[in-house]
Ligand binder design. Structure first.
Ligand code: F6P
Length: 360
């Protein structure tokens, strides 16, 4: 017999498709199976800093539409590290104790944090400091959380990038152009590699593999000589220039983010091939929209497994997807380093064997 519990759930970091299905699964299992209470915490850890803490009681009757909805009903943020939180006078303040107090004020027995490696690292630090019972669920379109083959949001992002390539084939062919698709993924090339193969790209550039412009140009010229009048290049946003410089864009708030490698490559490729070149930057479209079937399944399985870990009182664990099974690993191990594309990756070998140019 599992004793009654009141659990909290929050989403933290960049949103993605599949967060709401995970929330739905947690509510179904926690309320439906165990008869627990589930409190949704608004705007990630911000909700626990507020007084009263900003929460919404999650009930089975209201959660069905969550299965097919994008984003997160709880809101999220990828700003404001609570240990160095920016306040209005321009200084940074440690607000971690406010969050910990918020957890205790709500009388929570456990907290499920859905986040990427950055968010999970912050949540774990809070949990260690404040004795919070934490379970992590990995989410990120970048799919770079260690020890899990899939994070929530990745499959939908790949699907969207693949569909973009499907569309670009026709317009590129009609105009005999080279089209470069710049995709997200931070320092990991998973989206570019997966969508590149699935969408029939000719060139795939990922941050893990340094490239030479000459190799790309020779490859495209070879295609031109074979009568192939167009080429598609997929590039991950964190790919550097040929000489290893990071390409970023600053906004007015002073924040610097990846962006611009597609345009850098377009100039280089145009100069050596003479072909008209265009760039599509897919951006946040990869994070939005209806979750794919796989994301709904992974999110549901993660949500259920997270609740079961709480029932077993096995805390400080992150649920993971390994060989079609949900298992768990210590959060500390999952956040110790990010999961880049491995040099022995099956898909990397697949791309090479199919004659796709990886620029090296
Ligand atoms: O980590 C997810 C991600 O979408 C990255 O792929 C991308 O670089 C970043 O977030 C974009 O962040 P923001 O929403 O702050 O622009």
């Amino acid at each position: 017999m599992v004793e009654h519990k009141r659990i909290g759930i929050l989403t933290s970091g960049g949103d993605c498709a599949g967060l709401n299905p995970a929330i739905r699964a947690v509510v179904y299992h926690a309320v439906g199976t165990y008869n627990w209470e589930v409190l949704g915490i608004c705007q990630a850890t911000y909700g626990l800093m507020e007084r009263p803490p900003q929460i919404v009681k999650l009930e089975i009757e209201k959660i069905d539409p969550l299965l097919m909805s994008g984003g997160t009903i709880l809101g999220t943020t990828n700003k404001g590290d609570p240990f160095a939180f920016p306040i209005s006078d321009g200084t940074l303040r440690d607000r971690s104790e406010e969050i910990i107090d918020g957890y205790h004020l709500l009388g929570l027995d456990a907290l499920i944090g859905i986040g990427g490696d950055g968010s999970l690292a912050i949540l774990r630090k809070l949990a260690q400091q404040g004795n919070l019972n934490l379970i992590g669920i990995p989410k990120t379109i970048d799919n770079d959380v260690n020890y899990t083959e899939l994070s929530i949001g990745f499959d939908t992002a790949v699907k969207i990038a693949t569909e973009a390539l499907d569309r670009l084939h026709f317009t590129a062919a009609s105009h005999s152009r080279i089209i470069i698709l710049e995709v997200m993924g931070r320092d990991a090339g998973h989206i570019a590699l997966n969508a590149g193969i699935a969408g029939g790209a000719d060139v795939i550039l990922i941050p893990e593999i340094p490239y030479k412009i000459d190799n790309i140009c020779n490859y495209i010229r070879k295609r031109q000589n074979l009568g192939k009048n167009y080429s598609l290049i997929v590039v991950a946003e964190a790919v550097r220039t040929e000489v290893g410089e990071t390409v970023t864009q600053d906004d007015l708030s002073g924040k610097s983010r990846f962006g611009g490698i597609g345009h850098y490559l377009a100039d280089k490729v145009y100069l050596c091939t003479g072909a008209e070149t265009r760039v599509t930057v897919l951006g946040h479209i990869q994070r939005g929209g209806v979750p794919s079937a796989t994301d709904r399944l992974v999110a549901s399985a993660f949500g259920v497994a997270a609740v079961d870990l709480i029932a077993e009182e096995k805390y400080d664990q992150m649920v993971t997807w390994q060989n079609l099974q949900v298992v768990s690993v210590p959060i500390a191990e999952a956040i110790a380093k990010y999961r880049a594309v491995d040099f022995n990756d099956t898909l990397l070998r697949t791309a090479r064997s199919m004659g796709i140019c990886l620029g090296d």
